[in-house]
Design a protein around this ligand. Sequence first.
Ligand code: MN
Length: 341
Amino acid sequence: MSNSPVVQSGPDTVPEDVCAAIGAATRVALIGHVTPDADCLGALGALWLALPELGKYPHVALPEGTAARKLSFLVKHAGLTAASESELRACDLAVVLDTAKARRVNLEGKLDALPGIAVLNIDHHATNTRFGRWNWVGADRSSTAEMVYELLLALGCQITPTVATLLYAGVHTDTHGFSLANTTPRSLQVGYELAQAGARVREVCERLHRSHSRSEFDLLKVVYGNTRVSKDGRLAWSSASYEELSAAGCAAADIDDQVNVPRSVEGIAVAILFTEGSPGKVRINFRGEGEVSVLELAQQFGGGGHHASAGAMLNGTLAEIVDQVIPAAKAYVAALPDNAG
Ligand SMILES: [Mn+2]
């Protein structure tokens, strides 16, 4: 906004080569990350709806069963239909969204399945490995949706109410309902502009916060029940084993933001959630409160992500992995300054 020195949202922030790469393409493969969240699906859906306006043919990679039930409203609003392998291979550009590492793409055979197709990498993860021919990595952005919003403005696309709804869901989710440290004047500004453009804010909030199925609710009970807090009160963690997930009627795709349960304990600096989505495969979500970064902690276990929000995936039994990670996390928290978190 020209009248504000603080907010720097707008089309001018988009690198020229990003617009040029899209401008030069005709058939565009849109690819997100495995276990896509609302930011990923919102960014995919917005580009899927907007690109035809520019005379482009978007094709979205979305293997069946990869979108969580709770987020299926985004898939429906966008009218996303998954492309076939041959449609994806016929593209002349692949836009990879919200994905820090090439091995995280939600695509059978990963990017090797699209030989010779140039990759445009648009993401806000600090650990993005810049695996594209073009890389627009906005580590200071709240969400990929915020970046795609500015991209659509730069390309001269219409922000229809449905596009706005999809992008709003992305910004809302990655800021956890505008409650995390990435809730900046800029992300609030983008949220405001999307609401002005007709984003269905009430529906997004209801779907994301007050639409738990019975099984998701039962899973939350497990996560609450398993929450432990360290003696010093600085570390909280919880877990759900494969048996517990199955008994609740949940699958790996239903693991989303349940780490917010241990994270909600007062005074903690670090929260961790361990979930065994399939037997012997444990996903770990790390969250840092205040200024505490969990990125280095996640990297100790081969993971990555953002400073305040990171993840890792380990093979082994749930008990083994908890026993391996918790002592390291305790040491990590003990080394933090007293006032951190
Ligand atoms: Mn994101």
